[in-house]
Ligand binder design. Structure first.
Ligand code: PBG
Length: 337
């Protein structure tokens, strides 16, 4: 007498040891990249209102202390965002040798050397008075536009100054056409052939960046970013963007946001499995969880580990997340699954 059912998927879920033995996805703190905001002109860290638990740090020993404590948690990768004192039309403080990012990179590299991967976000929005990711011009009707090819010159200049300061990886986030190629060329011509490029290849025009723009004072003064960041309705367009970045010399690709675009992560990974893929769990995705947790509506630890595991399961090798330190600590207690 054959019993029914013969195939019982529940056998593989019987107890924790079996579940751990066959788990497809793993998550470790080595997969995480911690974003850090660094603000010129302050002496103490200040908490960001729309991102409770996240701070802006001054480029001094306070920054070192924070990175040291993150390092002790097991964090080995950081990405830096600069908030300059001075803004103008051409983002000149973004390529200043003594700019906030250049100073911070030198400080971190002097302290940690090769033990820490220092990544620099490469964009103009925090450094321009207009808040756009490139050079703004006006057409004959008086309408503004972001001039792609003029912007490339500035992006190459910023990237080179970040490499000169000692950045291990440059992360262009402007979504200008050709930006990866322009940066690769500038780096190679100046002897930085070993500096990596992690491109924000697939970056959507998302409302989930709002807390970040609060944090970095980088909201566009007029217009929006829809003429350069991707339309949330499109998935396959991601393949075109990723392919171009690969041809232009990107080492690591990125999809952003992460939680809202798991399908796109899977699509990019399946089509370009030989390229490491990063996914950015962005500020708004952080703040939503934080707000619910502060209200006692969800269990923060379980929610964050479930979401981060989902981002890995979708195909991301690396995750940029403001929860990096918490995750590293929570992982020491084991996964909640
Ligand atoms: C551009 C940049 C942004 C983010 C990362 N790089 C802002 C934007 O495109 O408006 C957003 C990250 C986040 O929301 O956490 N420098």
């Amino acid at each position: 007498m054959a019993s029914f059912p013969i195939v019982r998927p529940r056998r593989l879920r019987k107890n924790k040891l079996i579940r751990d033995m066959i788990a497809e996805t793993n998550l470790t703190e080595k997969n995480l990249i911690l974003p850090i905001f660094i603000k010129e002109g302050i002496l103490e860290e200040e908490e960001i209102k729309s991102m409770p638990g996240v701070f802006r740090y001054p480029p001094n020993d306070k920054l070192i202390k924070f990175v040291e404590s993150s390092y002790d948690n097991g964090i080995r990768n950081v990405i830096l965002f600069g908030i300059p004192k001075y803004k103008d039309d051409i983002a000149s403080s973004a390529y200043d040798k003594n700019g906030v990012i250049q100073t911070s990179v030198r400080l971190l590299k002097d302290t940690f050397g090769d033990k820490l991967i220092v990544i620099t976000d490469e964009c103009t929005d925090e450094y321009t008075s207009h808040g756009h990711c490139g050079i703004v011009k006006y057409n004959s009707k008086g309408e503004y536009f972001v001039d792609n090819d003029e912007s490339l010159k500035i992006h190459a200049k910023i990237a080179l100054s970040q490499a000169e300061a000692g950045a291990d990886i440059i992360a262009p986030s402007s979504m200008m056409d050709g930006v990866v190629g322009a940066i690769r060329k500038a780096l190679d011509e100046n002897g930085y052939t070993d500096t990596l490029i992690m491109s924000y290849s697939v970056k959507y025009a998302s409302t989930f960046y709002s807390p970040f723009r609060d944090a970095a004072y980088s909201k566009p003064a007029f217009g929006d970013r829809k003429s350069y960041q991707m339309d949330p309705r499109n998935a396959y367009e991601a393949l075109k963007e990723a392919k171009l970045d690969i041809e232009e010399g990107a080492d690591i690709l990125m999809v952003k946001p992460a939680h809202t675009y798991l399908d796109v992560i899977r699509l990019v990974k399946d089509n370009f499995p030989d390229y490491p893929l990063a996914a950015y769990h962005v500020s708004g995705e952080y703040s939503m969880i934080k707000a619910a947790a502060l209200n006692g509506w969800i269990d923060e630890r379980t929610a964050v580990l479930e979401i981060t595991t989902a981002i890995r399961r979708a195909g991301a090798d690396l995750i940029l997340t403001y929860y990096a330190n918490d995750i590293a600590k929570w992982l020491k207690e084991g996964l909640p699954f």
